[in-house]
Every structure is written in C-alpha cells, then in structure tokens.
Design a protein around this ligand. Structure first.
Ligand SMILES: [Zn+2]
Length: 347
C-alpha cells in the first residue's frame, strides 16, 4: 500500500474485490421503486399500500431512519405483500441478482421467508421456479438461498417452513432463524438444527442484534449455530467474545443496518472494532440494502475505514466469508482462487 492513496483509491479497490455476501434478505432487497411498480402492476395506489416516501426528485425511497425495529418490520412486510405472483417474484429475484453481479459479488446467500409468500397464497412449486428463473437471468453471479423461520410466528410455522424446504426444488444452502429475539426461546427450534443436519445444509441464526449476549449463547449452545446474524451484543461480554474467537463462530455484521434501526447511534460507536480487536471472526454484509440506503460495497468501505484494512486484510475478510459460507466445495475453491488472484494482481 502506498502511504498516501489517491482519492477514491479505496473505492476502486473495492469495486474489483471479489465479494461474498452471507447476510442479505431477498425481500429486504426490493428497491422502493420496484415495490411501487409491483403495487401499480396490481392496480394499487402505492402510497396507500406501501410505506414509501417521495423524494424531492419525485422518486420513491424508504423512511430513514426507521422509528424503531417494529417500524422497519412493518415496512418490510408491506413491501413483501406487493410480491403477489410468481412473475413478481421472478422480477425481484432477477433485480437482486443484477444488483449483486454489478457489485462483483461472486457468491450470495440470500435469506428468503418462503412461508410468508405461501401463506399469502403463492403455490410452492411456482414460487421456487420463479426464484430459479429469476436468478438464471444473471449467470455471472451465484446465489444460494437460506430459508428462514420467524421466531415470533412460533414453532408450528417453523416446522411448516422446514417441510417446505424438504419438498423444494431450489438452490437452498441453509436454514435461518430470524425475527424478534426473546419472543420464543431458541431451544424450541431444535428441529431447525436437526433438519439442517439431516439435509446437509447450514444453519444461521439472527441473535444479539436487538437482543443480548445470552441470545448469542443460546444460538450457539441450544442450536449449534456456527454463524450468527449480527451478534454485535457479544461486544458487551468479554467471555463470550473469547468463546466465539476460540470456537470460530462467525458473526455476520451489518453496520449500516444497526445504525438505521437505532441499535447503535452512529458508525463511530459501532462495536465492530471491539469485536475485531477481540479476534471474533466477523464478516461484513448489507442485510436489507435499499431499506438502509446502502450496498455491500459501501458496507465493506465502512469496515475498511473503521478497521483500517489494507488490500491483504480485505482479501482475508473475503476469504473468511468464503470459508464460512454454505457454498458447495467447488464454489468455495473458485471463490478462494478469485480472491488470491485479486490480492496479487498488478495495480
Ligand atoms: Zn438480517
């Protein structure tokens, strides 16, 4: 690294970095303009059907910041309700894949709440086909699905989700547990741990986002999770951080999400540097990028500045994401080779 990089050099490096994203929600990646288009497609007045705000330029965006976590959840669900048909879902999937490809994301694990669409009336077969077709429109990026259960919907809903996964013809690489921490104890979702093991796929648990270090412990102890969505509450607990570091439990950190949802006041107070200094294996992710007015590239830029990362540290960060991913082994090998090539290429 030169001592004084020219303005924008960091951004240029990030533009070409082969990226891996482990924590991003498909429905949380629907741009406000797309949600408006879907509402109109079905004859609805978008400003009644959706929580969107019109900017000075007449374009639509999401509220920012959200009043609180529930305000975000309601906005997210209003957007998801616009996805009424398999055609709508194929539009969303293709848009998402194009956005990832444009950023040089080689591998994405997209969390998708299948049960919400099924309970809104979509047949599972056409739903999975729409996702396959949408992703197939963009062959230069690869996407695996994490199908999540929402804690507060309870254990029966989670068992129905697991059944959907077992019957699915889709590129599913993992199960997820999301929703309001503390609403149902982690231990009641043991069928997700067992189901993931039986199906030979991963399990990622959102914990320690709005919750506490104990929620992170429960995800690891009761569900055997090796990947924690957010997990930033661990920064309050030195013993837990030591454990995550020793056991190699990976956190999927999403800095702008935590700020926009007022979980931390600003990026300067974000616990990412504390986790990093304690040796906790972190990865960097965007969560729900248009809702938080961000992208994976921007989140990696924030992390690079917060942690003072140089080119080889950025490469290491992406290597860690590749190794922690639920991707098939041949995909992991390709990802690691692409990162090696990026690290050593002439600039
Ligand atoms: Zn999330």
């Amino acid at each position: 690294m030169s001592a004084a990089p020219s303005p924008g050099a960091g951004e240029l490096e990030l533009a070409t970095l082969p990226k891996i994203e482990l924590h991003v929600h498909l429905e949380g990646s629907i741009a406000a303009t797309t949600a408006v288009e879907l509402a109109r497609r079905h004859g609805e007045d978008p400003e009644e059907a959706l929580e969107v705000v019109r900017g000075d330029d007449g374009g639509f965006g999401y509220p920012s910041p959200f009043r609180d976590f529930m305000h975000f959840v309601e906005t997210f669900l209003a957007t998801t309700r616009q996805v009424r048909t398999p055609d709508d879902l194929a539009t969303v999937a293709a848009d998402f894949a194009r956005g990832q490809a444009a950023q040089g994301v080689r591998w994405t694990e997209a969390t998708f709440t299948a049960l919400t669409l099924v309970d809104n009336g979509m047949e599972p077969g056409p739903m999975w086909a729409a996702l396959r077709d949408g992703f197939a429109e963009v062959p230069d990026t690869r996407i695996g699905l994490i199908i999540d259960s929402i804690r507060e919907l309870g254990v029966d809903a989670s068992r129905r989700t697991l059944q959907l996964v077992e019957d699915a013809d889709a590129p599913i690489v993992g199960l997820g547990l999301t929703g309001i921490e503390g609403s149902v104890p982690e231990g009641e979702f043991g069928h997700l741990r067992d189901g993931a093991a039986r199906l030979g796929i991963g399990l990622a648990v959102h914990a320690g986002e709005t919750g506490t270090p104990d929620n992170v412990r429960a995800a690891v102890d009761d569900l055997g999770a090796r990947r924690i969505g957010h997990g930033i509450a661990a920064a309050q607990d030195a013993e837990l951080m030591r454990r995550l570091a020793d056991e190699g439990v990976v956190l999927e950190v999403c800095p702008s999400s935590n700020v926009t949802l007022s979980i931390v006041p600003d990026l300067a107070s974000h616990p990412l540097p504390t986790l990093w200094a304690a040796g906790v294996p972190v990865t960097i992710n965007s969560d729900d990028p248009p809702f938080f007015a961000t992208t994976l590239t921007e989140e990696l830029g924030h992390a690079a500045r917060m942690l003072d990362l140089d080119r080889s540290a950025l490469a290491d960060l992406q290597r860690r994401a590749a190794r922690a991913s639920f991707a098939p082994d041949d995909v992991k090998t390709d990802l690691l080779a692409a990162i090696d090539a990026w690290e050593t290429q002439e600039r």
